[in-house]
Write a protein that binds this ligand. Structure first.
Ligand SMILES: CC(C)(COP(=O)(O)OP(=O)(O)OC[C@H]1O[C@@H](n2cnc3c(N)ncnc32)[C@H](O)[C@@H]1OP(=O)(O)O)[C@@H](O)C(=O)NCCC(=O)NCCS
Length: 177
């Protein structure tokens, strides 16, 4: 099988990010807070500012986009902490190592950006994502928050759990998220 490659996108690559992000929101509306309907209306300036705010990593195989993840520390006040979010893999490519490649690249990028921990908020009902993040090394914490899913009806009780990945020599879980 051909190789999976992951690259960090530049601001100019915003259309590629937009396309995969909208694919993800349409395919897995229950996994994300935002909905495709709201993001489809974003203009170019908004996509460009999103590119500046966080790193966007794209996985490709045979010149086709097969997954995406974001990493950054926008709105995070804990020093050295960053957030991993927006993880999605094309359904046809699940279970094939794409998600692992994306997270390896995201962790490497986070280390290069001097981050000491990555926080990942994931739906408590999302067994596959929780299982995958655990097997990668993310540790569950006691932190929970309501998950306001915009693209799905009947999701009022949805909740997210914070998982934490220590990077490098860090001691583990930050004292606050
Ligand atoms: C979450 C996601 C990126 C994981 O990628 P993936 O390719 O499916 O992950 P993998 O198959 O490598 O790993 C999933 C793990 O969960 C296990 N698993 C599969 N289905 C499961 C389920 N319903 N419940 C619990 N565990 C499950 C698999 O056996 C595997 O465990 P292993 O690594 O010990 O073998 C992918 O499923 C996805 O894009 N989902 C939709 C979007 C999403 O939920 N994103 C996360 C929210 S931000």
């Amino acid at each position: 099988m051909s190789e999976i490659s992951v690259r960090v996108l530049q601001e100019e690559d915003w259309p590629e990010y937009r396309d995969v992000r909208l694919r993800a929101l349409k395919e897995s509306p229950e996994a994300f807070v935002a909905s495709a309907a709201e993001e489809e209306d974003y203009d170019e300036d908004r996509w460009r500012s999103r590119m500046q705010r966080s790193r966007r990593l794209l996985a490709e195989q045979d010149e086709t986009v097969v997954g995406v993840v974001s990493v950054g520390s926008h709105k995070i006040e804990t020093p050295g902490a960053g957030e991993l979010f927006g993880l999605w893999v094309d359904p046809a490519k699940r279970g094939s190592g794409v998600a692992r490649k994306l997270l390896e690249a995201a962790a490497a990028q986070a280390r290069a950006d001097d981050l000491k921990h990555l926080i990942y908020w994931v739906g408590t009902d999302n067994g596959r994502a929780v299982a995958f993040a655990s097997s990668f090394g993310f540790r569950p914490t006691d932190n929970r928050r309501p998950m306001e899913i915009h693209g799905v009806d009947d999701a009022e009780d949805a909740e997210e759990l914070a998982m934490v990945l220590p990077l490098g020599n860090s001691s583990g879980v930050p004292t606050s998220l």
